[in-house]
Structure formats: C-alpha cells, structure tokens
Design a protein around this ligand. Structure first.
Ligand SMILES: C[C@@H](N)C(=O)N[C@H](C)C(=O)O
Ligand SMILES: [Zn+2]
Length: 217
C-alpha cells in the first residue's frame, strides 16, 4: 500500500487558488455521449455537474481508452453541505471503530476516504469518481467496490494496492493511463477518484496554484 499525502494534510490546505471561473455545467446535457451510473443520482442533478475544463479533459480521457472500453461516471459536483455530512458521518464511524482520537489524527484518517469540506475537490466541481466499463457501459472488475474504505477493503482501495487480482489490476491500469494522459491527478487512497484543477491536482502535478475553488450555488 502506498503511503501518500492525504486530502486533509496542511500541505494541501496551504495551496492557493487562482480561480479560473469555468462554469459548472450539467455534463449529461453538454456531453450526452458520456455514460453515468445511477448510483449517486439525486433529483437536483448536482452529481452530474463539472467545470467545463474538467469535462474537456474527460472527453480526452475517453478518447485515450483502448477500443472496447468506456468510462462510467459516478459522481462529480457535491454541494458543500453534502460533503460536510459525508465527512461528519465518516468521522463518527472512525470514532466508533477506534475510540477517541486527536483532531489531527481524525482528520488524517478520515480524509483517506472523505475530504474535509474546506479542501474538498468535489465541492469545486473539479473531481470525478468513475469506473472503467466495457463498450456497453457494464462496470468492470476494479478490485473493490467504488467507495470501499481502507478499513473494509484491507487497503485494496488504494490505486496501487498489491492485494487485487491481475484482472482487476489490468482494468485499473487502463483507467489510470487514460486519466493521466488527459491531465487528471489520482487520489492514491481511492482508485476511482480523479481530479483536474483542484488543490490536490496542483500538489500532485507541482503546479503553483489550484484553478478551481469551492462553488456555492
Ligand atoms: C467519498 C468518496 N467518494 C470521495 O469522494 N472521497 C474524496 C476523498 C472526497 O471526499 O473528496
Ligand atoms: Zn471522489
């Protein structure tokens, strides 16, 4: 399992944002060729929104896939209050599992799986959770379910985890190559989470500024 800087690290929070101002658009309307899972679909349609610059790169990633594969998109934009709820719920789960924890320890552990709202890339419309699919849109074996926690998957949710089959490794590698080719940054604890333009992206690619800050509708 890789040791990596997590989203809640102060190294990430310190990265400045030079807001580029790209619109947050509904990808289902602007790019009907892209496939969406219904896993996180909700009536407001927030989940299928992304910054225009992110959509542009998603198209590039799709074009970089070998024949016979496609992307199945799961969750893009997440409103601040939803992120806050995910974060608080996950912190409660961890406290139940491990007992009392120092605030910094809790932030570090929690942000392997859910970002603290102040730095959350989904709240900026800069992150997409997705899986590799076949050409018909059937999700392929990625080694764990999407959104598996490090605890439940024995760390197999980490992008470079050794404890998955060669079959699943092949699928992760195809996804990772296409996403990296298009300019996305991976989040090492989550094989399904990729971002462009947020603070974690700037950290990974050693860019001085993030391009997208939080969007509050
Ligand atoms: C909750 C999971 N799908 C996710 O998006 N995690 C990252 C780290 C986040 O909350 O930004
Ligand atoms: Zn994500």
């Amino acid at each position: 399992m890789s040791s990596s800087v997590v989203m809640g690290d102060q190294l990430i929070a310190r990265i400045p944002v030079d807001e580029r101002g790209d619109a947050l658009i509904d990808v289902r309307q602007h790019a009907p060729e892209l496939r969406w899972s219904t896993l996180y679909a909700e009536p407001t349609g927030a989940y299928s929104r992304l910054r225009t610059g992110v959509l542009q790169r998603l198209r590039k990633a799709r074009n970089a896939l070998p024949p016979g594969y496609d992307l199945l998109l799961v969750e893009g934009y997440r409103p601040y209050d939803v992120q806050q709820r995910y974060y608080e719920d996950h912190c409660s789960e961890l406290l139940e599992r491990y007992g009392p924890l120092e605030p910094d320890t809790l932030r570090g552990l929690a942000s392997r799986h859910v970002s603290p709202p102040d730095v959350a890339p989904h709240v900026s419309g800069a992150a997409i959770d997705l899986v590799l699919s076949d050409a018909e849109g059937n999700a392929l074996d990625m080694g764990t379910r999407i959104n598996a926690t490090p605890d439940e998957s024995d760390g197999a949710c980490y992008l470079d985890a050794p404890n998955i089959t060669d079959f699943a490794r092949g699928h992760r590698d195809i996804l990772a190559t296409a996403m990296a080719t298009a300019g996305f940054a991976a989040y090492p604890p989550e094989w399904w989470h990729w971002s462009y333009g947020d603070r974690y992206w700037a950290f990974t690619l050693e860019v001085q500024y993030a391009l997208y800050g939080p969007v509050h509708p």
